[in-house]
Design a protein around this ligand. Structure first.
Ligand SMILES: [Zn+2]
Length: 583
C-alpha cells in the first residue's frame, strides 16, 4: 500500500508540466521533494540526494557573473555554479529559461534564511538557538542529524553536538520532531535573527537528598571550570576553581570532566551559588538585591571638567620585599608600580587633577621606558617617616593610614568628600583560563567594627598618631559601596572601550572569595575615602596577559583607560580632553 502511494506520487511529479530543459537536475526519485517558489524565477527545493538547494532561472540578459553575484554574493563562485549544473566550465553563457541548480553552501547568507523559512514553515529562532521542525526528506520521512547539521551549521560534523544538546538517542529524526541547533553553532544568517535572550544564561532549579541546586546545561565550547564554577560561584583562584569543579562534577554524576556532553545537566549546590543566581524570592538573593538597591541610592554628585579640583590617590600594590604575585619571573610589584607612574603622568599632563601616590621606588617618581622591568625592592610607603616595605601586612596597613590622613587634609580644604578617589592597582594570579581586568570595591556589610593597629612600626608614624582607629557608621559604609561601584563600573567600561580585556563574568565585585572565606581587601576595608577601588589590571597566571603586561604599550593603554574612567566618573564624556588622552 505504501509503495503504491509512493509510485503514484512519483507518477504525478513526472507528469507535472515543467519549463525545465531536458537535463534539469531537479528531478528526484523521492516522494518528498518540496519546492516553494520565492518569485523572480527562484524556487527553494529540497530532496534527499541534494538537501536544500535553489533552482534559479537567470533574468533576461543576465550573464554568468551577474547571476552568480546576485545569488552567491561573489562572482568568483561562478565555476562552482557551472560545475554544479554539469556545464562546461569554459562557457560563460547562461541558457535562457533554464533552471540552474545552486547548492545551499554556495548561496549568500540572506538566501539561507529565506529558503529555510520557505521549506520549513514551522522553523523559528529562539533565545538558545534555531528550532528546526523536521519534515522528513527521505522516503521514510526522516532527516539525518548530519543533514540538519550541514544545513544550519555549514558542516555535518556538528551532528553529535546537536544530538547531545537535544538529548536524542538516534542519528536521525522523524517528521514533526523539533530539534534545536545551539546558537554557537549556527550559520551567520540564522544566528543574526535569534531573539536577544533576557539573560545570557539559563538556570533551572532542583532538589535531591543532598539539598537544593541550580541546573546549568553546558553549551557548545563550554568547560566546567570556566563556564560553571567561575561564572556561577564567583571562585576565581586556581585551587578553589579546580576543587569546586571536582565537587560539582561528582555531585552531577560526571565521570570525565574533560569530556562532558553538550547539554549535560550540571548541578550547582545553592550554598556555593552567588546570590544573584538563586531563584527569585530566595532569602539570600532578596538580601543581596536589597543591599544593591540601598547602595545604588548614592551616586557621585560632583561634575569636574578635566578633573579640576579632584584629588586622585594612586596606590601601587605591594613593593619592597613584598613582590606580590610572581609568575614566570614577573613580579606584580614592579609592573603595577609602573602603571601607577603612568597614571600619574597621564593625569598630570592631560587633566587638572591633583595626584598623590602612596609609594615610591627610589628618590623620584619615574616612568620606565622599558618593556621588561628591572627588579627592584626599593619601594617605600610615603608615610612620615616613610616605610621601606619589609612586611607586606605593615605595608598594606600603612597605606590606608596614609590614605585616611590625606583624605582628612583634602576634605579640610575642599570640604567635599566626593572630590577624592582612591585607586589601588594590582595584578591577579587566578585560574589560568581567566583574562583581563577585575575591580574590587568594599561591600558595606564587610566594613563594620572598629579597627586599629598597635606596635612601634605603626605608632611611630604621624598618620597613625593622627587617628589610630577607624570605624564607619552604616550610612557611610552603604554610601561608600554605592560610589565605589559607580567608579569601578566607569573604569571597567573604559577598559572595554579601550579594547582592553575585561574579566568575562562580573568584573566588579564587592568581596574576594577565596579558600571558603570572603573578605574586602584591607587597603579598602579600613579606608575612609568614600569612592575607592582595587583594580586587578590582568591575570599574571594567564600566558597572554603576562606577555602583555611586559610591554610598555599595554601598560600605557591601561593607564589611559584608568584616566578615561576617572573622567567619566566626574561627568566628562569622551568628546572632551579625554579624547586627547585616548590617542
Ligand atoms: Zn596584589
Amino acid at each position: 500500500m505504501k509503495l503504491l502511494t509512493l509510485l503514484l506520487v512519483i507518477g504525478l511529479l513526472v507528469a507535472l508540466p515543467s519549463s525545465a530543459p531536458a537535463f534539469d537536475p531537479v528531478v528526484s526519485s523521492s516522494g518528498r521533494t518540496p519546492r516553494v517558489s520565492l518569485g523572480d524565477g527562484l524556487t527553494a527545493s529540497l530532496n534527499e540526494k541534494d538537501g536544500i538547494f535553489l533552482e534559479a532561472v537567470p533574468r533576461k540578459g543576465e550573464g554568468l557573473l551577474a547571476f552568480t553575484r546576485r545569488l552567491c554574493g561573489d562572482d568568483r563562485l561562478s565555476p562552482q555554479i557551472l560545475e554544479a549544473n554539469g556545464a562546461n566550465s569554459g562557457s560563460t553563457v547562461l541558457k535562457a529559461g533554464m533552471r540552474y541548480h545552486i547548492p545551499f553552501d554556495l548561496l549568500a547568507n540572506e538566501w539561507h534564511l529565506k529558503m529555510v523559512q520557505a521549506l520549513f514553515p514551522g522553523d523559528k529562532g529562539q533565545a538558545d538557538g534555531w528550532r528546526h521542525e523536521a519534515r522528513g526528506v527521505s522516503a521514510l520521512e526522516r532527516e539525518s542529524l548530519w543533514q540538519i547539521s550541514l544545513w544550519f551549521t555549514g558542516t555535518g560534523e556538528n551532528f553529535r553536538a546537536i544530538r547531545e544538546y537535544n538529548e536524542l538517542l538516534d542519528d536521525d529524526v522523524s517528521r514533526g520532531t523539533a530539534v534545536v541547533i545551539p546558537s554557537e553553532l549556527l550559520r551567520p544568517a540564522f544566528k543574526a535573527v535569534l531573539p536577544v535572550p533576557e539573560k545570557p544564561y539559563h538556570l533551572d532549579y532542583g532538589k535531591d537528598d543532598k539539598g537544593e541546586y541550580a541546573i546549568y546545561r553546558l553549551r557548545p565550547g563550554e568547560a566546567l571550570y570556566s563556564s560553571v564554577v567561575v561564572r556561577f560561584t564567583g571562585r576565581v583562584h586556581g585551587p578553589d576553581v579546580n576543587q569546586l569543579a571536582a565537587e560539582i562534577a561528582q555531585r552531577s554524576g560526571v565521570v570525565d570532566v574533560t569530556d562532558i556532553p553538550i547539554g549535560y545537566r550540571v548541578k550547582i549546590p545553592f550554598d556555593v551559588l552567588q546570590p544573584e543566581f538563586l531563584p527569585e524570592g530566595n532569602p539570600r538573593r532578596v538580601e543581596y538585591e536589597a543591599d544593591l538597591r540601598a547602595s545604588a541610592q548614592f551616586s557621585n554628585q560632583v561634575k569636574a571638567k578635566g578633573l579640576t579640583g579632584i584629588t586622585v590617590i594612586v596606590d601601587a600594590g605591594h613593593g619592597g620585599a613584598d613582590s606580590g604575585a610572581t609568575m614566570g619571573g614577573v613580579w606584580e610589584s614592579l609592573y603595577v608600580y609602573d602603571i601607577a607612574m603612568r597614571v600619574k603622568r597621564v593625569l598630570e599632563t592631560h587633566t587638572a587633577a591633583t595626584v598623590i601616590v602612596t609609594t615610591r621606588d627610589g628618590e623620584q617618581f619615574q616612568v620606565r621606558e622599558a618593556d621588561v622591568l628591572p627588579f627592584s625592592r626599593g619601594h617605600r610607603v610615603l608615610t612620615t617617616p616613610p616605610y621601606a616595605i619589609e612586611d607586606a601586612r605593615v605595608g598594606t596597613n600603612l597605606r590606608w593610614y596614609l590614605a585616611n590622613s590625606l583624605y582628612r587634609k583634602t576634605t579640610a580644604k575642599s570640604n567635599d568628600p566626593q572630590k577624592v578617589v582612591f585607586l589601588s592597582i594590582h595584578a591577579d594570579s587566578l585560574h589560568p583560563s581567566l583574562r583581563g581586568a577585575m575591580a574590587y570595591i568594599p561591600a558595606a556589610e564587610k566594613l563594620d567594627g572598629r579597627y586599629g593597629k598597635s606596635g612601634a612600626v605603626y605608632t611611630s608614624r604621624k598618620e597613625v598618631q593622627e587617628s589610630p582607629q577607624v570605624s564607619f557608621p552604616r550610612e557611610q559604609r552603604v554610601e561608600s559601596e554605592g560610589l565605589s561601584r559607580e567608579l569601578a563600573k566607569e573604569i571597567i567600561a573604559a577598559f572595554h572601550s579601550g579594547g582592553l580585556q575585561v574579566h568575562p563574568f562580573k568584573p566588579v565585585r564587592d568581596r574576594i572569595i577565596r579558600n571558603k572565606s570572603e573578605w574586602v581587601p584591607a587597603v579598602l576595608r579600613y579606608n575612609a575615602i568614600p569612592a575607592k577601588m582595587l583594580l586587578e589590571v590582568c591575570n599574571l597566571a594567564n600566558d597572554e596577559d603576562r606577555r602583555l603586561v611586559q610591554t610598555r604599550a599595554y601598560r600605557q593603554k591601561v593607564s589611559e583607560a584608568i584616566v578615561q574612567g576617572l573622567l567619566a566618573y566626574y561627568g566628562e564624556d569622551t568628546e572632551g580632553p579625554a579624547t586627547k588622552v585616548a590617542r
